[in-house]
Design a protein around this ligand. Sequence first.
Ligand SMILES: *C/C=C(C)/C=C/C=C(C)/C=C/C1=C(C)CCCC1(C)C
Length: 249
Amino acid sequence: MNALVNFESLFLAQLQSGDYVGFTFFIGSMAMLAATVFFFVQMTRVDGKWKDSMLVSGLITGIAAVHYFYMRSFWAENQASPTEFRYIDWILTVPLMCVEFYLILKAFGAKQGLLWRMIFWSIFMLVTGYLGETVFRDASPLWGAISTIGYAAIFYDVWFGPAKKLASNSNDPTLQKAFRTLGWFILVGWAIYPIGYMAIPGGLLSGMLSPESMDIIYNIGDAVNKIGFGLVIYTLAASKTAQTSAAAA
Ligand SMILES: *C/C=C(C)/C=C/C=C(C)/C=C/C1=C(C)CCCC1(C)C
C-alpha cells in the first residue's frame, strides 16, 4: 500500500462496477467541488459582515474536495480505507465548522474562549478517534468512547452551554433559527460518524455492518454535514442581506 498518490492517478483513477465505496468517493469529490464554487460565488453577493462566514463555508468544502480527489484515487488503487487523508481533512474542516459558530455569535458577544474551547474538543475527538482506528485498533471501542467525550462537550456547548445562551440572548429570529439548525447538524449529522466507526473489525456494530460500510457512511456524513452546514450559513447570510436592503429602501 502506498500512501502517496501520483498526479496521474488523481484523474485517471479506475472505478469497477459494484464498487459502491468508490462510487461515493467519486460523487463526494464532485459534490464538494460544486459546493465550493457555489459558496465562493455567493460570497460576492452577501453583505460585508457575512462574507467571512461564506468564505469559511467555501474553505470547508474546498479542503474536503481536494482530499476527496486524493481519497478516491487511494481507494481505487488500494481498495483500502484512506484513513490518513480522511483525518487530515477532518482536523482542518471540523475546527473551521467551530469557526462558523463563533462568527455568527460574535455580533452577540461571543468571546474567543468559546472558539478555542470548541476547537480543543473537536481536535480531542478526532485525535482519539484516529488512534482508535489505527494504532489501538484492538481497543477501538474504548477509544471511540473517549472520543465521544469531545463530541459531547461540543454538543453541550451548542445545545445547553454558553453558545446556546448567546444565541438565545440575540433577539434575532433569523439567527436563532440558523443556530438551531446548525445544532441539529451536530446532534444528528455528526452522529453519522460514530456509526461508521463502529463498523471497523472489532467495532460495536461489526457484526451487522461490513468493514467497507465505514467509508460509505463517512462519505455520506461528509456530504450531509459539510454541504448542509454551508447551506445553512448561506441561507442566513442571504436573508440578512435581504433584510438590510429592505430596511434601506
Ligand atoms: C466534515 C467532517 C466532520 C463534520 C467530521 C466529524 C466527525 C465526527 C463527529 C467524528 C466522531 C467520532 C466519534 C464521536 C467517536 C468515534 C470516532 C469518531 C472520530 C468517528
